[in-house]
Write a protein that binds this ligand. Structure first.
Ligand code: COA
Length: 290
């Protein structure tokens, strides 16, 4: 497989489903721009997922993990396992470790700021001291994931992210006590990841402030008193800021909802009329013996 291949299923001019892989070690990414479009239903998605599986060479090493909308990933993996079985290769699809709500905020869904003032301030991390302070927080955050990070790996990942201006922090008396990353930037969207607050500083409104500040900044809106950056993103404002929150993390989902993220399935995007949120999973195909 080449780096960053992309397969897409179209209906007339409309993309229904895509499959891409950015590098060999990354999972395959499945996307359905149509997932939020009511003119394309579950049967269309199912059929498109089967077509994608059928278009691939029957190499069991090609696909291990697939991230994307639950229905599309499930249909794709079921089809992939069945196609391999026809070649005498026994694989099975395993249930995802967790499910997440994929949701977004835009200028129409942003909610008013809380009446209380916020004492901390949010800024982009920038130097070696920031990286050193962020690494242990990154290690702590990773402990809840299937792949906990070593301090060295956390330092390296933070060095790269700070260098790419992707790390936002909140400080208490100059000390970094919480952070969030941004990633997956497209011309129209950017995603917030890894919102983390040091346990001693929780329930003071820091996560909410970080998420509000980052959302306003990338949507091209000023947020005086919160963000220490008066100019918006150099590449111009985005139409949407996205994030994924584990379905089991009700506390975090409530914070995002308070900031204006559409976490409910039946609430529509007031700008496009499309569905606001869907469930995303990481599905896997492994040998039957595992
Ligand atoms: C989830 C997490 C980021 C929340 O951080 P936080 O800074 O405590 O969040 P906030 O303070 O903004 O909001 C938490 C609660 O404190 C309340 N709160 C905010 N300011 C407050 C204050 N001054 N006094 C009392 N309560 C306050 C909020 O209303 C909210 O209440 P709720 O649970 O009833 O909704 C944090 O617990 C964490 O880092 N968890 C581990 C990592 C994680 O799960 N990240 C989310 C990944 S998607």
């Amino acid at each position: 497989m080449q780096t960053r291949p992309l397969l897409a299923v179209y209906r007339n001019e409309d993309i229904i489903l895509t499959l891409s892989k950015h590098s060999l070690q990354d999972p395959c990414m499945m996307a359905t721009p149509s997932m939020t479009d009511s003119s394309i239903d579950a049967t269309d998605i199912h059929t498109a997922a089967e077509m994608l599986a059928d278009a691939l060479p029957r190499d069991p090493n090609l696909i291990s993990n697939v991230v994307g909308p639950e229905k599309a990933v499930d249909a794709f993996l079921a089809s992939w396992v069945s196609l391999l079985k026809q070649q005498g290769i026994d694989m099975k699809a395993v249930p995802p470790p967790f499910r997440v709500y994929a949701c977004f905020v835009n200028i129409a869904t942003l909610t008013p700021l809380p009446a209380t003032s916020f004492d901390y301030g949010v800024s982009l991390a920038s130097d070696a001291d920031d990286i050193a302070a962020l690494a242990p927080l990154r290690v702590e955050f990773s402990k809840a994931s299937p792949n906990p990070m070593t301090p060295e790996a956390a330092h390296k990942s933070m060095r790269e992210a700070v260098g790419a201006h992707r790390v936002w922090v909140c400080r208490s008396e100059q000390e970094i006590v919480s952070y969030a990353l941004v990633s997956r930037a497209t011309p129209q969207t950017i995603a917030i990841q890894n919102v983390f607050v040091h346990p001693e500083y929780r329930r003071k409104g820091m996560a909410e402030a970080l998420v509000r500040a980052i959302s306003h900044y990338y949507l091209g809106l000023a947020l005086p008193g919160y963000v220490h950056h008066t100019e918006g993103p150099p590449e111009g404002p985005k139409a949407e800021v996205c994030l994924n929150v584990k379905a089991s993390n009700a506390e975090a989902a409530m914070i995002y909802k308070r900031c204006g993220f559409i976490v409910d399935f039946d609430v529509r995007n007031p700008i496009s009329g499309k569905k606001g949120s869907y469930i995303s999973i990481m599905g896997s195909a492994v040998p039957l013996s595992e």
